[in-house]
Design a protein around this ligand. Structure first.
Ligand code: ATP
Length: 371
C-alpha cells in the first residue's frame, strides 16, 4: 500500500487541490466539551526527510472558523484511476503545523498550574500514533511549566516535589532513580501508591530542567519503523505542590503525560516478537484508558450517557491505576484534564490519524458529570 501511495503522490496532491470542503450544516458546528476536559488537536509539520522520501500532506485543518479537519486518502481500485476519499472531523480546537508550542501552552495548559497549585489535580495527556509529535509537544510544555512555576506569579508558599516515571506494560520504572522498578499499589484507603519512588524537592527552573533532562535520557527507547527515537512507554512527570501545615493527601498535583505511540497493525510486520508484545501491551493500556474515559459518568458511548455508578475498569492497566483520580467518584480533589491529540499529516499515516481524530471527537462529544 505504501508503495502504491508513493507512486501516486502527484495524483493525491492534484485531487487534494481540487477538493472543495462541504458546506457547514446548520447546527453541526458546535460540540459540547465539558469544562473540566479540554481537547485540542495538533497537526505537526511534515519533515524535510519525509518530503524528500516522496510523502505528501493528507491532513488539513480548515482555514475557516468551522474547526474542521479534512483528511484525504487515495483508494486503490482494480480498474481506472484511484479516487480520493475525503473525511472531515471536528476534534476540538485545531493547531496547525505553523503553531508554536508556546501558543498551545498559553491557551490550554498554563491554567492547570494555578489549578494544581491551589490543591487540585491537573492532567495533561499527549495522545497519538507513533511519530505524531507527542514527545516534541510534552518536552516543550515541560520547559514552559518549569519557567511558569518560578516566574513569581503564583501566590503563597508551596513545597514543590518532582517524580518522573515510565510505565511499560504492567511495569513501572523510576526515571529519577536509574530506572529502578517499583510497584504500583492501592493502599487500604484505595489511594494509588507508587511504592518507593524517589521525589526531589525543586527550588528553581534550572533544577527542574536538569531532572527532566536526566529522566529523558533514561526513557526507554527502541527504534520503530516510523520513528527512530520512538518512545515505547508512557512517560509521566508528576509535580506535587505541598502547602506547609496542610493535612496530608490534600496536595495539588500536576501530571504531564507523554503516552506511548499507538501503532497500526501494518507497522508491526517488521518487528521482533518482543517488540510486537510491547506494541500489544501499549495498545491494550491505551484501549483501557479509552474504556475508562468512556465509562465516566455522563459520557456518551454512542448508546446514551453512562450511568453515574458505571463500572470503570481502571484496575486493568497500570496507566489507569496511576490515573485513578480521574475516574474515581470518591476522589475529593477537583480534576481538570487537557488532551492534546497529535497528528502526523503524512498520507502514509492516514489510518492512524483517523483513529486519533475519532478519539478526540469522542472526547469532545462526551459530557461527563464530573468532579
Ligand atoms: N510541531 C512540530 N514541529 C516540528 N517538528 C516536530 C513537531 N512535532 C514533532 N516534530 C518532529 O517529528 C518527529 C516525531 O516527533 P515525536 O518524537 O515527538 O513523536 P512521538 O509522537 O512522540 O513518537 P513516539 O510515540 O514514537 O515516541 C521528531 O523528529 C520531532 O522533532
Amino acid at each position: 500500500m505504501e508503495q502504491f501511495l508513493l507512486d501516486n503522490a502527484a495524483r493525491h496532491q492534484m485531487l487534494v487541490q481540487r477538493f472543495k470542503p462541504p458546506r457547514q450544516k446548520t447546527g453541526s458546528k458546535s460540540k459540547t466539551t465539558p469544562s473540566n476536559i479540554t481537547v485540542v488537536t495538533r497537526v505537526r509539520p511534515i519533515s524535510s526527510e519525509e518530503e524528500s522520501s516522496g510523502q505528501v500532506v493528507a491532513v488539513f485543518p480548515r482555514s475557516d472558523s468551522s474547526g474542521a479537519v479534512d483528511l484525504h486518502e487515495l483508494r486503490r481500485v482494480v480498474r481506472g484511476f484511484p479516487p480520493l476519499i475525503s473525511s472531515s472531523f471536528r476534534p476540538g480546537k485545531v493547531f496547525g503545523a505553523d503553531v508554536q508550542t508556546k501558543i498551545i501552552y498559553d491557551d490550554v495548559v498554563h491554567s492547570l498550574i494555578p489549578w494544581a497549585w491551589d490543591g487540585n489535580v491537573g492532567t495533561l495527556f499527549a495522545y497519538g500514533q507513533t511519530g505524531s509529535g507527542k514527545t516534541f509537544t510534552v518536552r516543550g510544555i515541560e520547559h514552559l511549566v518549569a519557567q511558569s512555576l518560578f516566574d513569581g506569579t503564583l501566590e503563597g508558599e508551596r513545597n514543590i516535589y518532582l517524580a518522573i516515571f515510565e510505565l511499560a506494560g504492567n511495569s513501572a520504572y523510576d526515571l529519577l532513580n536509574a530506572r529502578a522498578s517499583f510497584p504500583v499499589r492501592e493502599d487500604h484507603l484505595g489511594t494509588t501508591q507508587l511504592v518507593g519512588i524517589q521525589e526531589f524537592q525543586i527550588g528553581s527552573t534550572s533544577e527542574l530542567l536538569a531532572l527532566l533532562d536526566t529522566a529523558n535520557e533514561l526513557r526507554k527507547s527502541a527504534p520503530t519503523v516510523k520513528n527512530d527515537g520512538s518512545s515505547r512507554s508512557h512517560a509521566v512527570c508528576r509535580i506535587r505542590f505541598e502547602r506547609p501545615s496542610q493535612e496530608p493527601g490534600r496536595d495539588g498535583i500536576l501530571y504531564l503525560i507523554d503516552l506511548a505511540g499507538s501503532e497500526a497493525a501494518r507497522d508491526v510486520f517488521s518487528h521482533s516478537t518482543e517488540r510486537m508484545k510491547e506494541t500489544r501491551e501499549i495498545n491494550m493500556s491505551l484501549s483501557v484508558l479509552k474504556d475508562c474515559i468512556r465509562s465516566m459518568p455522563g459520557m456518551d458511548k454512542g448508546d446514551g450517557p453512562a450511568p453515574s455508578k458505571a463500572y470503570i475498569p481502571f484496575r486493568q492497566s497500570t496507566l489507569t491505576k496511576v490515573l485513578k483520580h480521574l475516574f474515581d467518584p470518591s476522589e475529593s480533589r477537583q480534576c481538570r484534564t487537557t488532551v492534546i491529540a497529535c497528528i502526523n499529516p503524512s498520507f502514509l499515516d492516514t489510518g492512524a490519524s483517523k483513529n486519533t481524530l475519532r478519539y478526540a471527537e469522542m472526547l469532545c462529544q462526551s459530557q461527563p458529570a464530573l468532579k
